[in-house]
Design a protein around this ligand. Structure first.
Ligand SMILES: [Zn+2]
Length: 131
C-alpha cells in the first residue's frame, strides 16, 4: 500500500527550499557589496548607505530558486535611487544600461550607457572615466 506523506509536507519542503535560496542570495549580495567597496557602483555616485544588490538581468517571474541568476557576476551594488533607475521605475529618462566589458560580468569591468550612448567606463571596480 502507498503511504501518503503527511498533509503539508510538500508545502513545508517548498518553504525550506525557498528559505535556503533566500539565504544564499543574501550571502551573494553581501559578497558583491564587499567587492564594490560598500559604495554605489553607478559612476560618480559615491553613496555608501541604503545600498541594494541589483540584478543586471532580471530574475524573472518565480524568483531564482536554482540560484543561477544570482551570482556575484550578475549582481552590482547600487544605491536605492540608482536601483530604481536601472529597473526603469523612475521612467525612461532616468533609465541606464550596464554593459559587461569582460566575460566575468560584474566581477569584471563595466560600462554605463543612457539613451544608447555610453557615458562612463570603469578602469577598475569603483573607478570610472568618462566614455
Ligand atoms: Zn547611486
Amino acid at each position: 500500500m502507498f503511504d501518503k506523506p503527511p498533509v503539508g509536507t510538500a508545502k513545508r519542503e517548498h518553504r525550506q527550499r525557498q528559505a535556503k535560496a533566500n539565504r544564499a542570495e543574501v550571502q551573494t549580495k553581501q559578497q558583491a557589496r564587499t567587492r564594490d567597496g560598500f559604495m554605489c557602483r553607478y559612476p560618480w555616485c559615491g553613496v555608501g548607505n541604503d545600498l541594494v544588490g541589483a540584478h543586471l538581468t532580471h530574475k524573472g517571474i518565480g524568483g531564482d530558486s536554482q540560484q543561477i541568476r544570482t551570482t556575484t557576476q550578475t549582481i552590482i551594488t547600487l544605491c536605492s535611487p540608482h536601483h530604481d533607475a536601472l529597473d526603469g521605475r523612475l521612467g525612461v529618462s532616468k533609465r541606464f544600461v550596464v554593459e559587461r566589458l569582460t566575460s566575468h560580468g560584474a566581477d569584471g569591468l563595466l560600462a554605463f550607457s543612457k539613451d544608447g550612448t555610453r557615458f562612463a567606463v570603469e578602469t577598475a571596480i569603483g573607478t570610472v572615466v568618462p566614455a
